[in-house]
Write a protein that binds this ligand. Structure first.
Ligand SMILES: [Fe+2]
Length: 287
Protein backbone atom coordinates (compact mmCIF):
# COMPACT_ATOMS: atom_id res chain seq x y z
CA UNK A 1 0.00 0.00 0.00
CA UNK A 2 1.40 3.39 -0.98
CA UNK A 3 -0.55 5.94 0.99
CA UNK A 4 0.63 9.51 1.20
CA UNK A 5 -0.85 12.04 3.61
CA UNK A 6 -0.27 15.73 2.98
CA UNK A 7 -1.29 18.20 5.69
CA UNK A 8 -2.31 21.81 5.06
CA UNK A 9 -2.41 24.14 8.06
CA UNK A 10 -4.86 27.06 8.03
CA UNK A 11 -3.26 29.49 10.46
CA UNK A 12 -6.29 31.79 10.90
CA UNK A 13 -8.46 28.98 12.27
CA UNK A 14 -5.76 26.53 13.47
CA UNK A 15 -7.26 23.88 11.18
CA UNK A 16 -5.46 21.01 9.49
CA UNK A 17 -6.86 19.86 6.15
CA UNK A 18 -5.53 16.73 4.50
CA UNK A 19 -5.05 15.16 1.12
CA UNK A 20 -4.88 11.37 1.43
CA UNK A 21 -3.63 9.78 -1.76
CA UNK A 22 -3.24 6.26 -3.07
CA UNK A 23 -0.02 6.73 -5.00
CA UNK A 24 -0.62 3.55 -7.01
CA UNK A 25 -4.01 4.46 -8.48
CA UNK A 26 -3.65 8.23 -8.16
CA UNK A 27 -7.01 8.47 -6.39
CA UNK A 28 -7.23 10.79 -3.41
CA UNK A 29 -9.51 12.30 -0.77
CA UNK A 30 -9.61 15.76 0.79
CA UNK A 31 -10.54 15.94 4.46
CA UNK A 32 -11.89 19.09 6.17
CA UNK A 33 -10.95 21.86 3.74
CA UNK A 34 -11.20 25.53 4.74
CA UNK A 35 -12.72 28.51 2.93
CA UNK A 36 -11.04 31.78 3.88
CA UNK A 37 -13.52 34.19 5.43
CA UNK A 38 -13.04 37.69 6.81
CA UNK A 39 -15.72 38.36 9.40
CA UNK A 40 -15.34 42.13 9.30
CA UNK A 41 -16.12 42.41 5.59
CA UNK A 42 -18.04 39.21 4.88
CA UNK A 43 -15.46 38.50 2.17
CA UNK A 44 -14.65 34.90 1.22
CA UNK A 45 -11.60 33.71 -0.66
CA UNK A 46 -10.31 30.39 -1.94
CA UNK A 47 -6.61 31.18 -1.52
CA UNK A 48 -6.09 28.45 1.08
CA UNK A 49 -8.34 25.90 -0.61
CA UNK A 50 -6.54 26.50 -3.91
CA UNK A 51 -3.29 25.30 -2.32
CA UNK A 52 -5.03 21.94 -2.00
CA UNK A 53 -6.46 22.15 -5.52
CA UNK A 54 -3.02 22.99 -6.92
CA UNK A 55 -1.35 20.21 -4.95
CA UNK A 56 -3.79 17.66 -6.39
CA UNK A 57 -3.30 19.05 -9.91
CA UNK A 58 0.48 19.01 -9.60
CA UNK A 59 0.50 15.38 -8.53
CA UNK A 60 -1.95 14.36 -11.22
CA UNK A 61 -4.29 12.86 -8.64
CA UNK A 62 -7.99 12.23 -9.18
CA UNK A 63 -10.25 13.42 -6.38
CA UNK A 64 -12.58 10.64 -5.30
CA UNK A 65 -13.91 11.94 -1.96
CA UNK A 66 -14.44 15.31 -0.32
CA UNK A 67 -14.82 14.31 3.32
CA UNK A 68 -16.03 16.28 6.32
CA UNK A 69 -15.56 14.91 9.83
CA UNK A 70 -18.43 17.10 11.09
CA UNK A 71 -20.29 20.38 10.74
CA UNK A 72 -17.47 22.67 11.87
CA UNK A 73 -18.19 25.66 14.09
CA UNK A 74 -14.88 27.47 13.74
CA UNK A 75 -14.26 27.65 10.00
CA UNK A 76 -16.22 27.59 6.76
CA UNK A 77 -15.79 24.49 4.64
CA UNK A 78 -14.37 24.85 1.13
CA UNK A 79 -15.95 21.54 0.07
CA UNK A 80 -18.11 23.16 -2.63
CA UNK A 81 -15.14 24.92 -4.19
CA UNK A 82 -12.95 21.80 -4.07
CA UNK A 83 -15.67 19.65 -5.62
CA UNK A 84 -16.37 22.23 -8.31
CA UNK A 85 -12.68 22.33 -9.27
CA UNK A 86 -11.84 18.64 -8.95
CA UNK A 87 -15.03 16.58 -8.75
CA UNK A 88 -15.40 13.89 -6.09
CA UNK A 89 -18.24 12.89 -3.81
CA UNK A 90 -18.93 15.15 -0.84
CA UNK A 91 -19.62 13.06 2.26
CA UNK A 92 -20.27 13.37 6.00
CA UNK A 93 -21.74 11.18 8.76
CA UNK A 94 -25.39 10.18 8.41
CA UNK A 95 -26.44 11.85 11.68
CA UNK A 96 -25.86 15.26 10.10
CA UNK A 97 -29.64 15.84 9.97
CA UNK A 98 -29.61 16.22 13.75
CA UNK A 99 -27.18 19.12 13.47
CA UNK A 100 -29.09 20.57 10.53
CA UNK A 101 -32.34 20.44 12.49
CA UNK A 102 -30.85 22.26 15.48
CA UNK A 103 -29.16 24.98 13.46
CA UNK A 104 -31.85 25.17 10.78
CA UNK A 105 -34.19 26.16 13.63
CA UNK A 106 -31.70 28.66 15.11
CA UNK A 107 -31.21 30.37 11.73
CA UNK A 108 -34.88 30.02 10.77
CA UNK A 109 -33.69 28.52 7.50
CA UNK A 110 -37.24 27.85 6.29
CA UNK A 111 -38.71 25.03 4.25
CA UNK A 112 -36.19 25.30 1.38
CA UNK A 113 -33.53 23.97 3.77
CA UNK A 114 -33.96 20.21 4.13
CA UNK A 115 -32.56 18.87 7.41
CA UNK A 116 -31.96 15.44 5.90
CA UNK A 117 -28.36 15.59 4.66
CA UNK A 118 -29.52 15.74 1.03
CA UNK A 119 -27.05 18.58 0.36
CA UNK A 120 -24.26 15.97 0.53
CA UNK A 121 -23.55 13.33 -2.12
CA UNK A 122 -23.15 10.56 0.43
CA UNK A 123 -23.97 10.02 4.10
CA UNK A 124 -21.80 7.48 5.89
CA UNK A 125 -23.25 5.02 8.38
CA UNK A 126 -21.27 3.90 11.42
CA UNK A 127 -18.91 1.12 10.37
CA UNK A 128 -19.39 1.73 6.65
CA UNK A 129 -16.38 0.86 4.53
CA UNK A 130 -15.17 2.59 1.40
CA UNK A 131 -11.92 2.92 -0.54
CA UNK A 132 -9.60 5.62 -1.78
CA UNK A 133 -8.14 3.90 -4.83
CA UNK A 134 -6.91 0.62 -3.31
CA UNK A 135 -6.69 1.93 0.25
CA UNK A 136 -9.35 0.53 2.55
CA UNK A 137 -11.22 3.01 4.74
CA UNK A 138 -13.83 2.72 7.47
CA UNK A 139 -16.13 5.20 9.17
CA UNK A 140 -16.26 5.20 12.96
CA UNK A 141 -19.13 7.18 14.44
CA UNK A 142 -17.56 9.36 17.18
CA UNK A 143 -20.23 11.79 18.45
CA UNK A 144 -19.86 14.04 21.50
CA UNK A 145 -18.39 17.29 20.18
CA UNK A 146 -21.41 17.26 17.85
CA UNK A 147 -24.04 14.54 17.39
CA UNK A 148 -22.79 13.72 13.90
CA UNK A 149 -18.99 13.61 14.24
CA UNK A 150 -17.18 10.75 12.52
CA UNK A 151 -13.61 9.49 12.39
CA UNK A 152 -12.24 8.29 9.06
CA UNK A 153 -9.89 5.33 9.52
CA UNK A 154 -7.94 5.23 6.26
CA UNK A 155 -5.29 2.52 6.08
CA UNK A 156 -3.43 2.88 9.39
CA UNK A 157 -4.39 6.54 9.86
CA UNK A 158 -7.33 7.87 11.88
CA UNK A 159 -8.65 11.33 11.00
CA UNK A 160 -10.44 12.10 14.23
CA UNK A 161 -11.89 15.54 13.54
CA UNK A 162 -12.58 17.28 16.85
CA UNK A 163 -12.67 14.12 18.94
CA UNK A 164 -9.11 14.10 20.25
CA UNK A 165 -6.47 16.80 20.13
CA UNK A 166 -2.73 16.31 20.68
CA UNK A 167 -2.08 14.47 23.97
CA UNK A 168 -0.79 17.63 25.66
CA UNK A 169 -3.86 19.64 24.62
CA UNK A 170 -6.68 17.18 25.34
CA UNK A 171 -10.10 17.07 23.75
CA UNK A 172 -12.69 19.18 21.96
CA UNK A 173 -15.42 21.11 23.73
CA UNK A 174 -18.83 19.49 24.12
CA UNK A 175 -21.03 22.50 24.85
CA UNK A 176 -22.32 23.30 21.38
CA UNK A 177 -26.00 22.45 20.82
CA UNK A 178 -26.23 18.64 20.66
CA UNK A 179 -22.78 18.13 22.20
CA UNK A 180 -22.32 15.82 25.19
CA UNK A 181 -19.21 15.06 27.26
CA UNK A 182 -20.19 11.51 28.28
CA UNK A 183 -20.90 10.71 24.64
CA UNK A 184 -17.48 12.04 23.64
CA UNK A 185 -15.87 9.91 26.36
CA UNK A 186 -17.42 6.76 24.88
CA UNK A 187 -16.39 7.76 21.37
CA UNK A 188 -12.81 8.20 22.52
CA UNK A 189 -12.90 4.83 24.28
CA UNK A 190 -13.96 3.35 20.96
CA UNK A 191 -10.92 4.93 19.29
CA UNK A 192 -8.70 3.56 22.08
CA UNK A 193 -9.61 0.05 20.90
CA UNK A 194 -7.71 0.65 17.64
CA UNK A 195 -4.16 -0.75 17.49
CA UNK A 196 -1.74 1.39 19.54
CA UNK A 197 0.38 2.15 16.48
CA UNK A 198 -2.60 3.64 14.57
CA UNK A 199 -1.58 7.11 13.46
CA UNK A 200 -3.92 9.89 14.63
CA UNK A 201 -4.28 13.09 12.61
CA UNK A 202 -5.67 16.24 14.20
CA UNK A 203 -8.25 18.57 12.69
CA UNK A 204 -6.86 21.34 14.91
CA UNK A 205 -3.85 22.21 16.99
CA UNK A 206 -3.65 25.24 19.25
CA UNK A 207 -0.15 24.59 20.66
CA UNK A 208 -0.38 23.49 24.27
CA UNK A 209 1.30 25.78 26.79
CA UNK A 210 5.04 25.26 26.77
CA UNK A 211 5.11 23.86 23.24
CA UNK A 212 6.44 26.16 20.55
CA UNK A 213 5.43 24.37 17.37
CA UNK A 214 2.13 23.26 15.91
CA UNK A 215 1.70 19.48 15.68
CA UNK A 216 -0.83 17.43 13.80
CA UNK A 217 0.09 13.79 14.29
CA UNK A 218 0.27 11.33 17.16
CA UNK A 219 -0.77 7.71 17.77
CA UNK A 220 -3.56 5.94 19.60
CA UNK A 221 -0.90 4.54 21.97
CA UNK A 222 0.30 8.06 22.83
CA UNK A 223 -3.24 9.33 23.36
CA UNK A 224 -4.08 6.39 25.63
CA UNK A 225 -0.92 6.84 27.65
CA UNK A 226 -0.84 10.59 28.07
CA UNK A 227 -3.83 12.59 26.80
CA UNK A 228 -4.24 15.22 29.51
CA UNK A 229 -8.05 14.98 29.46
CA UNK A 230 -8.87 11.41 28.63
CA UNK A 231 -6.02 8.90 28.85
CA UNK A 232 -6.89 5.31 29.71
CA UNK A 233 -6.73 5.97 33.48
CA UNK A 234 -9.48 8.63 33.40
CA UNK A 235 -13.03 7.54 34.29
CA UNK A 236 -16.14 8.77 32.53
CA UNK A 237 -17.18 10.76 35.59
CA UNK A 238 -13.76 12.42 35.87
CA UNK A 239 -13.79 13.35 32.20
CA UNK A 240 -17.34 14.69 32.22
CA UNK A 241 -16.58 16.88 35.23
CA UNK A 242 -13.37 18.24 33.70
CA UNK A 243 -14.94 18.80 30.29
CA UNK A 244 -17.99 20.60 31.68
CA UNK A 245 -15.85 22.81 33.90
CA UNK A 246 -13.64 23.76 30.95
CA UNK A 247 -16.58 24.37 28.65
CA UNK A 248 -18.34 26.66 31.09
CA UNK A 249 -15.40 29.07 30.85
CA UNK A 250 -15.08 29.10 27.05
CA UNK A 251 -16.36 31.87 24.80
CA UNK A 252 -17.93 31.05 21.45
CA UNK A 253 -15.51 30.56 18.54
CA UNK A 254 -15.10 33.74 16.48
CA UNK A 255 -16.66 32.25 13.35
CA UNK A 256 -19.36 30.00 14.84
CA UNK A 257 -22.31 31.91 13.37
CA UNK A 258 -21.07 32.16 9.79
CA UNK A 259 -19.49 28.68 9.93
CA UNK A 260 -22.47 26.76 11.12
CA UNK A 261 -25.02 28.28 8.74
CA UNK A 262 -22.72 27.60 5.78
CA UNK A 263 -21.46 24.19 6.86
CA UNK A 264 -24.96 22.89 7.66
CA UNK A 265 -25.61 23.56 3.93
CA UNK A 266 -22.59 21.41 2.98
CA UNK A 267 -20.49 24.54 2.52
CA UNK A 268 -23.02 26.34 0.33
CA UNK A 269 -23.95 29.96 1.14
CA UNK A 270 -27.62 30.67 1.88
CA UNK A 271 -29.62 31.41 -1.30
CA UNK A 272 -29.36 34.99 -2.64
CA UNK A 273 -32.08 37.50 -1.80
CA UNK A 274 -34.01 39.45 -4.48
CA UNK A 275 -31.07 41.81 -5.02
CA UNK A 276 -28.76 38.90 -5.82
CA UNK A 277 -26.72 39.19 -2.62
CA UNK A 278 -26.33 36.29 -0.21
CA UNK A 279 -26.60 37.11 3.48
CA UNK A 280 -25.45 35.37 6.64
CA UNK A 281 -27.67 35.87 9.66
CA UNK A 282 -26.72 36.81 13.20
CA UNK A 283 -29.24 35.51 15.73
CA UNK A 284 -29.40 37.93 18.64
CA UNK A 285 -29.43 36.52 22.20
CA UNK A 286 -30.27 33.06 20.87
CA UNK A 287 -27.07 31.00 21.09
FE1 LIG B 1 -15.50 21.25 15.39
Amino acid sequence: MAMHIEAFFHADTFTYSYVVADQVSGQCAVIDSVLDYTAESGQTSTTSADQIVNYIHEHGYTLEWVLETHVHADHLSAAQHIREKLGGKLAIGNQVGRVQETFGRLFNAGPEFAADGSQFDHLFADGETFTIGQIPARVIYTPGHTPSCVTYLIGDAAFVGDTLFMPDYGTARCDFPGGDAATLYHSIRKLFELPAETRVFMCHDYKAEGRDEFLNETTIGEEKASNVHVNERISEAQFVQLRQERDSGLGMPKLILPSVQVNMRAGEMPPPEANGIRYLKIPVDAL
